[in-house]
Design a protein around this ligand. Structure first.
Ligand SMILES: Nc1ncnc2c1ncn2[C@@H]1O[C@H](COP(=O)(O)OP(=O)(O)OP(=O)(O)O)[C@@H](O)[C@H]1O
Ligand SMILES: [Mg+2]
Length: 242
């Protein structure tokens, strides 16, 4: 009997990438399985955001491949990838500061057949605070509220693959806990999540697999229990406590 072939939701194969002549990523091989959360950890400047940029089509690798459900999508634009189910919340929240909450939500109805009314209902149902502020400019929301708005994309676009870059940045621990409970729920509902996280302990708690990137290479990869000691020993942002 042969083992069933499980097609990865997303796969980076032998990816090299950078900016101009500066190489940032070296021979990256990473698989996001069809279910669960993969967390990407690593020090500042390691290349985590660049890896997500490659995965979401915002940076084209100099060599290697990006596969979405087994299809080679290397070089496809972020818009095209969004239309086939890849949703990316980039670093810095990715909201349009000069648009209202309501208009921000409207901007994210990329997928055919998604209605603005449903999008708003889903978002406001999850985050009542956004409903109260629907006519407010997104740039005037608090950090946590902006992140809720950014996360609403994840819910409303009903993506097949979700990429999140440091959603906990600058937020109070209680808000971070709420957001990660939501990430877990999204994953448990069947959407695989690749997330970059600054806090190692948070990542080890929420993720099914952890990869550690340093100087553009994946140094460590495995289940949280397998990598925990290595991660906490070497990682620079172990939440200030040993
Ligand atoms: N647009 C750009 N042009 C040139 N170099 C860039 C650009 N964006 C990032 N870099 C460089 O690429 C390297 C990796 O950056 P990247 O943003 O991927 O790191 P990171 O792991 O996400 O770091 P952080 O934890 O600080 O967000 C850094 O040395 C950075 O200076
Ligand atoms: Mg980054």
């Amino acid at each position: 009997m042969t083992a069933p072939v499980v097609t990865a939701a997303l796969e980076l194969r032998g990816v090299n990438a950078g900016y101009g002549r500066v190489q940032v990523l070296y021979d990256i091989n990473l698989v996001l399985p069809p279910r669960g959360v993969v967390a990407l950890l690593g020090p500042n400047g390691a290349g985590k955001s660049t890896l997500l940029r490659v995965a979401s089509g915002r940076t084209v690798p100099s060599s290697g491949q990006v596969l979405l459900r087994g299809n080679d999508v290397t070089g496809r634009s972020p818009e095209r990838l969004a239309r086939v189910g890849l949703c990316s919340v980039p670093e810095g929240r990715g909201v349009f500061p000069n648009l209202t909450v309501s208009d921000n939500l409207r901007m994210w109805t990329f997928r055919p057949g998604v209605r603005r009314k449903d999008v708003e209902e889903t978002a406001y149902g999850r985050f009542p605070r956004l409903a109260e502020r629907r006519r407010q400019l997104a740039g005037r929301l608090s950090g946590g509220e902006q992140q809720m708005l950014a996360m609403s994309r994840a819910l409303t676009a009903d993506p097949d693959v979700l990429l999140l870059d440091e959603i906990s940045m600058g937020l109070a621990p209680v808000v971070v806990a709420e957001l990660f409970a939501l990430v877990r729920q999204i994953a448990d509902d069947g959407t695989p999540v690749l997330l970059v996280e600054q806090f190692a302990r948070t990542a080890l708690e929420v993720a099914d697999e952890v990869a550690v990137l340093s100087q553009g290479r994946i140094r460590l990869h495995g289940a949280p229990d397998q990598v925990r000691d290595g991660v906490l020993a070497t990682y620079l942002h172990a939440e200030g406590s040993a």
